[in-house]
Each structure stands twice: as C-alpha cells, then as structure tokens.
Ligand binder design. Structure first.
Ligand code: BGC
Length: 897
C-alpha cells in the first residue's frame, strides 16, 4: 500500500503568506514495497478543503500527468491574488497502476503588490539623530470588532526588529523578525493568523521595536547602518462574514512611548527596568493619553517581500549543569555552566527588592582562574541587566538579541541561585533536522555533535561566521565551505534561497561578490576574493544538487554570469591576477598554519584564485546546460579550460609537484580536476607525503580543509583520510573535541596546553567552517551520496568506505523523497549493511566484497533477489543497482579486501 505524506509548498508545510507566484509543490511516497515508485500524478486545487472533492469548484486540475516527478511541481493554475488561500491534494499512481490520494494541504499568498499596503512606516519622533543606544519604542492601537469575523491576518515588518501583541498575548513564535536583509533593497514581512486572538468589541494591538541589525551595532561598523531609529510597518486585515473587509494600518493615529527596555542591542545586550513596565499597555482600555502620536516616516524604495522560508524560533531549552560561586564578599558572582556552547539567551527567575539590578554576562569559556573569558568578544559587551520591581517571583528574558555562550555569570543576584534560576533558550532559524550520523568512535560522534551545534548557533536568519564577538556577519567563504554539510544536517534549502538573494543584493555593479552578505558597509573592497566570492555560484549549485532545485539556479543565473565575467575581466589568459586589478589578494587559505603570519596560510593566492576561477566557471557550464543555455555554456567552458591551462602552466611541474607544495594546493588541484590525468596520482602521492611528514596532521585552512578527505578517499588514500580524521593532536578535527569542545572552533589552536588562548582578536569557539568535514563523514564513512545527474537524491550513490578501525556507522538523511538510511557493521571479516532507499528513487550501491558471489541479501544470494541488478566489481566492491526499499546485505570479506 502506498501512501502520500510530507506535502510541501516551497519546502514548507502549509505556508502562510508567500509571494512565489508559481509555487512548487512536493510530496513523498511512503511504502514498504521494493521498487515502489510513482508513474503518474494529478494535482487538484480548490478554494476550500471541502471543494477539493467538487469538480465544479476546482481552481486547477493538472490532469493525470504521466511522470515520476514528485518534487518541485510548479503550480500551473490561474494566477492567485494577494491573501488568497488555496487547498490542494495530489493523486498518485504507483508502478502497479494503483491510485492513492493524499490528504489536503494549503498555502496562502502574501501581499503581492505594493499598493496592497495601506500601512505607513511609523516610529517615535523623539528618536532621531545619532545615538549610542535607544530605549525600545512601544506602539499601540485600539480598534473595535462589530461584525462577525471570518479571518484576521497581520502583515508586519520593521527596520530594526519587532514583536507584536494582541490583547496581552504575543502573536506568533517568530523571533528577531523581520530578519536581516539589505533593507535598502529587500525588506521581508511576516504574516500571522490572528483570527483566534481577536474578540468582539474592543481589541488592543501592541508592538515593541528593537534596534536589531537595522539600527543597532553590527560587527565593527557601529550603529545605525540602515536607519537612525526603528521603524514599523503593519496592517491587520479583517474579513467579516458579510464579505466586507477592514484594514487597521500603521499611521499617525497609533500611539508610542518607551517602557522598561532601556536598551536592547544585539552585540551589547539588553537593559530592562521592570519598575518601568507599562502594565496593561497591550490590552483594551489602557490609558495612553500621555503617549505620543507615532511619527509617519517617508516610504522606502526597498521591495517588500514575503518571508518564503524559515524564521528564527526558540528550539530547545537547556538547564545549567553546574553552578559555582566566585568568592567575593562584596559582590558575589555566580557562574553557571550550561554544558553546551549555545546561542540564544537565558531566562532569569528572581525574587528580591525593588530597584536591585542583576547583571548577566555571557562567555564561551573560562579563564584559568575560573572567571569568564570575554576578551575574544572584542567590543561586544554581551551583558544584560535586569532591574527588579520587587513583586514576588520575577521571570524575565531579553527581547531583541542573541548571545553565544556556554557560561553565564550573575552579579547582584539576591541570595543563592539554584538550577531553577536560569534556563537557556537555544534559538536558530527553523530548519527541519534531516540528518543523523553515528559511528563506533565516541570522539567522532562528539565531532558530529559539535558540527550540528555550530550550525544551530550560526544559522540565525543568515549564515554567520560566529555568534559571540562583534562580527556575526554572513561571511561568504564560511557559508560556501559548510553548505554541503549543512544540507545533510538540516533542510537548508529555503534558508540559502533567501541568503542567495542577500548575496545578489550585496553584489557590486561590476559583478564582484563581497566577502559578506548582507553587507552593511562592512566590506568595502568589492571582491570577496577566491573561495569567498565563489559562494555566489557554489551556494545555488549545492542547493540544486541536494534538493533538485532548478528555480534557484534560474533566479541567480544572471548574477552568477556577472560574477564570472568579472573574473574573466580581471584575469590574464586564465590566470587570476586580481591584485593587479583590484589591489586585493583575497584571504588565502584562511587560518591555515603553514603560512608565515598564522592567518593566510602558505598557499599562493593566485593559485587559489585560478583554481576557483576554473571551478566556478565549470559549475556555470553545468548550470547553463541545465537551464538550456547551450551558447553560454560554451563560453564558460572556454573560460574554465583557459583557467585550467593557466593553472597547469603556472603552478604544476611535470612530475606532478605543485608550486609551494602545500596540502591545500594539491587538494584544490585534485578536487577541482585541474590536472592532466597522468599527474593525478603523482599529485595525490605528494599530498600523502606531505601529510605523513607532518605526522598525519592537517596544514589546511578554510579553503583546503573541506575537501581534503574527499580527495584522499577518491584517490585511493583512505587510510590517510582516516588517519587525519582520527588525529587528536592539533591541527586536527578531534583536537578541540579532546579539549572538551561542544562546538567547532575557529582555529585549530584556539587553546593549547603550551600557549593557552590564541590571539583574542580572532578566537571564536563557535565557527562552523572546519565542520565541513561532516559531509565526508555522511558520504564516505556513512555511505550516502548523491548523483549529480539526478539531483535531490533521485538517484543515490551508496558507497561506504569503512576504515579507521570503525566497527559500525549509521547515516540517515531525510531527503526530498524520504528517508535514506545506511547502517553498516563490520566484525570478524563480516560486513553487514542495512540500507533504506525511499520510494520513487533508486540507488547504485557498493557492497564491500570480493565479488557478487560473496554477497547475500537477507540471507539469500543476491542474484536470486528481485530488484537488485549486478553492475560490476570495482576496487573491492560489488556494485549493484537497487530499487526503492529496505535491504539487508551481508558479505564475507577475506582479510585482504
Ligand atoms: C571571520 C571569518 C571570515 C574571515 C575572512 C573572520 O573575521 O570570522 O570566518 O571568513 O574573517 O577573513
């Protein structure tokens, strides 16, 4: 029996308020049957759930389409209007011609036209001009419901941040809205269903504004990068049962004042004085005569766009593991260990006298004397203050910020705190968890844990480098190196779809992509440099590979073209000579330890630049072909080949040695397939020699590290790859794990026994870049990989390469088609492998075995089992094609395989 589940529209379940005009619909087939697949589908769409069963009321009937497409089927019905909600379901015919029908799902359009907005931007007039910090404005508006209500929607956005309330209740769960974009170009709005919150008669709507990215401190560039005060734009759309519509929109009839939030800044922290609370301000009947009228602010040119992806939400709560007092009679300090380097904040629970202030400080780690280590935060104060009102138990948490921390210090706490005093809330963009990796080595499992937590902490509306110091920028290089790993751990398709637009917004007119996006003038050089700027191509390409998403390639195509043209214009016969054109050399192999300054590594920047030029232009060849732009693909193929030749001529010797001889130079040459075939093995041998000379240690930075193990395993040096993975002294992935890390460190030597802390000006303990090895763990140790010719895991490559003494590994990936699973165990020469291939997909699998006759499935010789086709024997594996389903393979390995 086949059933249909996971109906999504633009990757989301029942999205409220999107502005994709032809949204793409996806579903998953569920079946235990081997070979289960879809042969045809039919999509039905109607204005209500009930009308889905009434032919005459359908808005769209796709008809029965003979196709196995079950992801990203574009809506093909009549155009939909602003606020229109539609319901849909799908019928599927399986390989036996059996028909099944899904339950229904819906999506609702947002506001599609600028003139759908009656609202005006408002703020507090008393806030203009340069300031070092500003109290949060509180806004309110009362209105009366006199007719029977059918639906109520809130459309809201801000420059700065907002939180909304209705009749005393917080609206929605989204945090740090409207998120971070280049507010001069795109401002995202969010949509909320308020129907249940409204009541007949008087209602009160309230909003609190924060500084956020729009007004508060960003990185090292100061405050007020986009506006000098927070601004709010919102309208409530009420639909009554008589068919009429009423809009309550922000304008100068709204009232504004300030209250208890004296300051709330992402980098500095929040100061809250509970004595100044405005009791009842968000309820009807509150006396706001002493409030000011809101100031109407001139409209912005930026496009108002819907949030088509995740918002930031509260995800987990952590209780402290330990509490310790720092002895001090006058000012006792209490240090809480949350047990995990996390991103979010703590909720404080306190009783005490009115006017007392509790100060909360945050840090990732401790000094040797047990005090908070905060020097690596640079100018970020990361300090919250709560002043008590003195009325019994007071529970408080900050509003418009996040901190990156494992340790929390309370100063001024009345009495002795307990485990109940604080609770840590972990926040990040809401991306469904899709991956799992586990193996027999606990240190590698902790590494996986650290990679996932690095992702949680740094995927906060934009992919940031780190969450704690005065930086937290959308570094393009970091995002690019980590995206493939990220796409195993969580569904990051919409998250990166949004950020790819941020990157285009940040692109310079001549095609350069900067090093950060959004770019709040933090990056003025223009070109972000090789491996950073290339995110503009690599990010859409990776989302295409992992999710089969062609729309993103289409949307960003023209921008990618401009970038490649920029590279071509600033190269000489394929060689990147950007320094000559722009004066900027790029970051090199950032933080590699084989250079002279400990920052930029020892690999030539022109080598890195030329390698990435060849690579990115080759990706654009593929992209042009996918989009049917054959002529373009010829041009990019020429550019790519030219760069490849330039690379060989300039950097490669006839014996396969590469100039400079760094690990990263070999890694790039091999991973990007720049070398003539006959030199590949020689180059790989050089790489291995280099690693051995360093006693199996890495000397790679951000650029080489993501690919090094993939190159080694591809080139037949699996032992060396595992030796690197299992290395516990630095530089290595497991060194920080052995030091108790719970996230990935920015630097291999963030802290060492002999030197202590690295340079505090750049020493984050939560930086995901080096976690990029995770993709290799899933794909090579775990055995789940994709086939670029059938992206989105439509066809799966399962080729686990056990090694490093591991006795088992399990990898899972919830793909667009459903759950892919690979779980192997190796003991006494026997290899047991359970795999799961979702309906409507197939896989090529590599069973470690001398040949097919050594392989059984569920105890039967494979040739007797239906659904399995033997392809070949290759390098110690029997290779088969298998159809969807669950399988249990065993093979007897003799000791030499
Ligand atoms: C950031 C990085 C970034 C780098 C570029 C650092 O300050 O934290 O992760 O990629 O600068 O050089």
């Amino acid at each position: 029996m086949t059933t249909i589940s996971h109906l999504t529209c633009e990757y989301q379940t029942n999205p409220l308020g999107i502005d994709v005009l032809q949204p793409r619909l996806s579903w998953q087939l569920q079946s235990e049957r081997r070979g289960a697949r879809q042969t045809a589908y039919q999509i039905l769409l109607a204005p209500s759930e009930a009308e889905l069963d009434m032919d005459a009321s359908l808005l769209w009937d796709s008809g029965k389409i003979q196709s196995d497409q079950s992801i990203h089927v574009p809506y093909g019905g009549p155009s939909l209007g602003s606020g229109q909600r539609v319901y849909w379901k799908v019928r599927v015919w399986d390989e036996a011609g059996e028909e099944t029908e899904s339950s229904s799902a819906w999506w609702e359009m947002g506001l599609l036209e600028r003139n759908d907005w009656e609202a005006q931007w408002i703020g507090a007039s008393f806030f203009g001009g340069p300031r070092t910090s500003s109290p949060s404005p509180y806004l309110r508006k009362e209105f009366t419901l006199q007719k029977e209500l059918v639906t109520a929607r809130l459309y809201a956005t801000a420059i700065g941040l907002y939180e909304c309330y209705l009749n005393g209740v917080r609206i929605g769960e989204a945090l740090l809205t409207p998120g971070w974009t280049d507010y001069c170009k795109h401002i995202e709005y969010q949509v909320y269903d308020m129907t249940e919150l409204l009541q007949q008669g008087p209602n009160a709507f309230g909003a609190i504004l924060g500084d956020g990215w729009g007004v508060g401190h960003i990185a090292w560039v100061g405050r007020q990068r986009y506006a000098d005060r927070p601004q709010f734009l919102a309208q409530i759309v009420l639909i009554y049962s008589d068919g009429s519509k009423e809009i309550i929109a922000t304008d100068n009839t709204w009232k504004v004042t300030t209250g208890p939030i004296l300051e709330s800044d992402m980098l500095m922290g929040e100061s809250y004085d509970a004595r100044r609370e405005l009791i009842g301000w968000d309820r009807a009947g509150y006396d706001d005569r002493r409030w000011w009228s809101a100031e109407v602010i001139a409209d912005h040119d930026a496009a108002l766009v819907a949030t088509n992806g995740p918002t930031v939400k509260r995800q987990e709560a952590l209780r402290p593991l330990k509490i310790r007092q720092i002895p001090d009679f006058v000012n006792p300090r209490w240090i809480f260990d949350m047990g995990q380097n996390m991103v979010g904040w703590v909720r404080l629970c306190v009783r005490g006298e009115k006017g007392r202030t509790v100060t909360i400080r945050y840090a990732e780690t401790l000094n040797p004397d047990g005090t908070l280590y905060t020097t690596n935060l640079r100018t970020a104060r990361n300090t919250d203050h709560y002043t008590l009102k003195g009325e019994g138990e007071e529970v408080w948490e900050p509003h418009f910020l996040f901190h990156g921390f494992r340790y929390v210090e309370l100063l001024g706490f009345p009495g002795v705190p307990t485990e109940e005093t604080i609770i840590g809330f972990v926040i990040h963009s809401e991306m469904p968890s899709t991956g799992m990796f586990e193996c027999s080595d606990p240190l590698i499992n902790q590494l996986q844990h650290n990679i996932v937590w690095g992702q949680k902490g740094n995927f906060v509306d934009v992919p940031t480098d780190c969450p704690q110091r005065d930086e937290r920028l959308g570094w393009t290089g970091d995002a690019q190196v980590f995206i493939r790993t990220a796409a195993f751990n969580m569904n990051v398709a919409s998250f990166f779809t949004k950020w790819a637009r941020d990157l285009e917004d940040a692109q310079y007119p001549d095609g350069e992509y900067p090093a950060v996006a959004p770019n709040p003038s933090a990056w003025s050089i223009g070109d972000g440099g090789p491996a950073w700027a290339d995110a503009g191509v690599i990010v859409p390409w990776t989302i295409y590979l992992c999710y089969g998403d062609v729309s993103l390639l289409e949307a960003r195509y023209e921008s990618m073209q401009r970038f490649i043209e920029f590279l071509s214009e600033t190269s000489k016969n394929g060689l990147r000579c950007y320094a000559e054109y722009t004066g900027w050399h790029g970051f090199g192999d950032w933080l590699a330890l084989d250079g002279s300054d400990g920052r930029e590594g020892g690999t030539s920047k022109e080598l890195i630049g030329t390698a990435f030029y060849a690579y990115s232009s080759r990706l654009l060849v593929n992209i042009a072909r996918i989009l049917g732009k054959e002529e373009d693909s010829i041009r990019y193929s020429d550019l790519s080949e030219k760069a490849r030749h330039a690379f060989i001529q300039r950097f490669v010797r006839e014996d396969g040695k590469i100039e400079g001889g760094t690990q990263t130079s070999y890694v790039l040459a091999l991973e990007f397939e720049l070398l003539p075939q006959e030199l590949r093995h020689l180059a790989a041998a050089e790489l291995v020699r280099n690693i051995r000379e360093r006693d199996n240690h890495l000397s790679t930075g951000f650029v080489g590290t993501p690919y090094i193990n993939a190159v080694l395993s591809k080139m037949g040096h699996l032992d060396t790859a595992y030796a690197l993975l299992k290395q516990t002294t630095w530089p290595s992935w497991l060194y920080s794990v052995t030091q108790g890390a719970t996230t990935i460190w920015e630097r291999w030597d963030g802290w060492t026994h002999d030197k202590g802390f690295q340079d505090p000006s750049m020493n984050s303990f939560n930086h995901y870049a080096y976690g990029a090895v995770g993709a290799w763990m899933y794909a090579v140790t775990g055995g789940i990989d994709l086939d670029p010719d059938q992206p989105g895991y439509k066809h799966i490559i399962m080729h686990p390469l056990p090694g490093g003494g591991l006795t088992y590994a399990t990898a899972e990936l919830h793909s667009m088609y459903g759950m892919i699973r690979s779980a192997w165990r190796q003991e006494n020469g026997a290899f047991d492998w359970q795999i799961m291939i979702p309906p409507n997909t197939s896989a090529t699998i590599y069973v470690p075995a001398k040949d097919a006759s050594h392989v059984t499935e569920n105890g039967h010789p494979v040739e007797k089992v239906g659904g399995i086709t033997f392809l070949r024997t290759q390098n110690g594996s029997a290779v088969f094609d298998v159809r969807a389903g669950s399988y249990s393979f065993s093979s007897q390995l003799d000791k030499t395989t």
